[in-house]
Design a protein around this ligand. Structure first.
Ligand code: IPD
Ligand code: CA
Ligand code: CA
Ligand code: CA
Length: 282
């Protein structure tokens, strides 16, 4: 078990509270973006709402756990090199909160109602809590390592699909058009032929929550960051699914090229992606 300070608020309660508060605020700001800029590429957007939500979440976490570390997307310089350096440093933390204040910024900016807040807590590098909140549908997905995953008190469970050909699988159009997207697109083309249908709704974290809840049978994207995947990967595993890198190695917060599924179609997914030469950059 995990050595929390007796009498302190539970980290799970803090994670849920942060996600709910930030989510409500983000929703209230829909259609009122004041400041829109690009980061790594013209496809990589950031707004005042991303930054404000991250600040809000940081303050709340540190109120309860002043000694914990936080890895938040908007606190890291854009691009794979900076995020890998930040992650390497963060991996040495005892308690590390991994925060994506708005996952699905492009959707948020468009008013396309599919985005979420993603918050995970890792203890010595292992994710022990994952919370994903969709403020539009008021859906709070919650997982605790070894204790299952829930959505509003009901256990979430991955789908029963055994064949990739019968499965609906989500993919992402990675914003790194120079390096990642060409690889990713090869995988997307191959999967479009091997599956029943694909979805690319624009939020890595919500796609993972939907795999956990059995609404999708799998998900594939290369070049993700820890804040996109940490909470969702725990949700999938605690709902009976499997998360690996594109080579089939078990998930850890350093995995950038991600394949998640109900478990039954994992091998089939990996085989299609490998055959397509779409396993990623490294
Ligand atoms: C992005 C979204 C998108 C995925 C990108 C992510 P952001 O996160 O999850 O669906 O395709 O790879 O970077 O920037 O909206 O937090
Ligand atoms: Ca972003
Ligand atoms: Ca993200
Ligand atoms: Ca984000």
């Amino acid at each position: 078990s995990i050595p929390y300070v007796v009498g302190s608020k539970s980290p799970l309660a803090v994670a849920i509270n942060c996600a709910a508060k930030a989510g409500e605020w983000i929703k209230s700001r829909l259609g009122t973006v004041k400041e829109l800029s690009t980061k790594y590429s013209p496809q990589d957007l950031v707004t005042d709402v991303d930054k404000g939500a991250e600040t809000m979440i940081r303050k709340l976490i540190l109120t309860h756990f002043p000694n914990h570390d936080i890895l938040g997307e908007e606190g890291v310089a854009p691009g794979a090199a900076a995020s890998e350096a930040a992650l390497a440093k963060a991996k040495a933390s005892e308690y590390l909160w991994i925060v994506d204040p708005v996952d699905g910024t492009t959707n948020f900016v468009q008013g396309f109602p599919f985005f979420c807040v993603s918050i995970a807590l890792a203890y010595k590098g292992e994710v022990i809590i994952g919370v994903i909140y969709d403020p539009i549908r008021d859906e709070m997905f919650v997982a605790e390592k070894g204790k299952g995953a829930y959505m509003h008190g009901n256990p979430t469970r991955v789908s029963e699909e055994k064949l990739l050909a019968d499965s609906v699988v989500a993919v992402g159009f990675n914003p790194d058009r120079t390096f990642a997207a060409p690889v990713n697109l090869k995988g997307i083309v191959a999967l479009s032929e091997a599956t029943r249908s694909l979805r690319a709704a624009g939020s890595a974290a919500l796609h993972l929550a939907y795999v956990a809840a059995g609404r999708l049978s799998g998900y594939y994207e290369v070049n993700l960051n820890a804040w996109d995947s940490a909470a969702g990967a725990l949700l999938v595993r605690e709902s009976g699914g499997i998360v690996t890198d594109t080579a089939g190695n078990p998930y850890d917060i350093g995995v950038r090229n991600l394949v998640a599924s109900n478990g039954k179609i994992q091998r089939q997914l990996l085989d299609v992606i490998t055959a397509a030469g779409a396993t990623g950059l490294h």
